[in-house]
Design a binder for this molecule. Structure first.
Ligand SMILES: NC(=O)c1ccc[n+]([C@@H]2O[C@H](COP(=O)([O-])OP(=O)(O)OC[C@H]3O[C@@H](n4cnc5c(N)ncnc54)[C@H](OP(=O)(O)O)[C@@H]3O)[C@@H](O)[C@H]2O)c1
Length: 295
């Protein structure tokens, strides 16, 4: 199986490349400067040239706050480009896997969100990602959209690396404690993506297609996550840092974040038999990987 994934330096594309190497699956990454998702009309030729069995759409405009002031650019990258990838996948007769986000929901539900809940984004980023989902569905039936959340890994920029970096120069950190979600380890996303890819390449069953949630098992708050990060770090010889829980109102940001980002993984489990590891297990693996990278 030859997998083409958008993105060359991102958390998920790097994790998919690494897992592909382990499993003997060919993974081709394409990204800037060779392809620019803000120019969707330029995508077809390089994708045709790669001759993939499956396309994974991972690269995105992921600066949630900056998107509030760059809505047109964010919409081209997160909305139009996935739509064009779906059109190309349809022409090439290959499946398209696409990563979307918990931010398609407003976060006002009492319980855990499932795939049947109505999206109603509260931010430009969320709205552009929802536009991407809709453009994909308009251009191909052969798609799997996976909504993930709170992604972290040893690669790129993420909350775990930010906390550890800030903790080097501070003894205490104020962290938001009224947003709940499911931290998701990018190598776990990679495991799910390659499993789903293998199944949809081999099986045209429409039941394998559609929208699925894909997050680490369990839930916490950003403050709870931060505490676990420093507990893990201390166990590996790192510095102790006190986490002070604060309300979101004490940490204003340009983009509104959902208070409830929890996504149910039951549909993915029932159809694919896939459930991501509990987030504390994955967090420990991430801290081990970061420690190894520093040696
Ligand atoms: N990170 C999260 O917490 C989170 C949560 C929910 C959903 N998701 C979704 O999961 C997917 C993967 O996220 P991630 O954390 O791996 O993202 P990431 O680490 O921010 O990587 C994004 C990638 O997209 C590339 N990119 C940005 N603009 C581009 C353009 N115009 N043309 C081509 N490539 C471009 C970036 O390239 P450069 O580095 O060169 O700019 C980077 O390689 C995204 O679709 C995101 O929306 C992420």
């Amino acid at each position: 199986m030859r997998v083409l994934i958008t993105g060359t330096e991102g958390q998920v594309d790097t994790s998919v490349k690494a897992l592909g190497e382990k499993l003997g699956i060919e993974v081709i990454r394409i990204g800037l400067p060779d392809i620019d998702l803000s120019k969707p009309e330029t995508l077809e030729a390089p994708i045709r040239a790669a001759n993939p069995d499956v396309i994974i759409s991972s690269a995105a405009y992921t600066s949630v706050d900056k998107a509030e002031s760059e809505p047109d650019l964010a919409r081209r990258i997160n909305g139009d480009a996935p739509g064009e990838l779906a059109r190309i996948a349809n022409v090439l007769n290959v499946p398209l896997l696409h990563l979307s986000t918990d931010y398609v929901f407003p976060g006002t539900k009492d319980g855990i969100y499932d795939e049947a809940d109505t999206p109603e984004p509260a931010s430009v980023y969320g709205a552009t990602k929802l536009a991407g989902e809709r453009q994909i569905a308009a251009n191909t039936e052969n798609f799997v959209i996976l909504r993930t959340a709170w992604v972290y890994s040893p690669y790129g920029n993420n909350f775990v690396k930010t906390m550890l970096r800030l903790g080097e120069s501070r003894d205490e950190l104020n962290v938001v404690a009224d947003q709940r979600g499911c931290p998701t380890y990018a190598p776990e996303i990679a495991r799910a993506l390659l499993t789903v890819a293998q199944k949809v390449v081999a099986d045209p069953d429409p039941g394998l297609r559609g929208i699925f949630n894909l997050t680490g098992s369990g839930e916490t708050t950003w403050a709870g996550f931060a505490e676990a990060i420093f507990t893990n770090s201390v166990a590996r010889g790192g510095k102790a840092v006190k986490v002070n829980p604060i309300p979101s109102s004490d940490y204003p940001t340009p983009a509104k974040r959902p208070a409830n980002s929890r996504l149910s993984g039951d549909k993915l489990y029932s159809i694919y038999g896939l459930r991501l590891d509990p987030w504390p297990t994955s967090l420990a693996q991430c801290l081990d990987a970061l420690a190894t990278a520093q040696q």
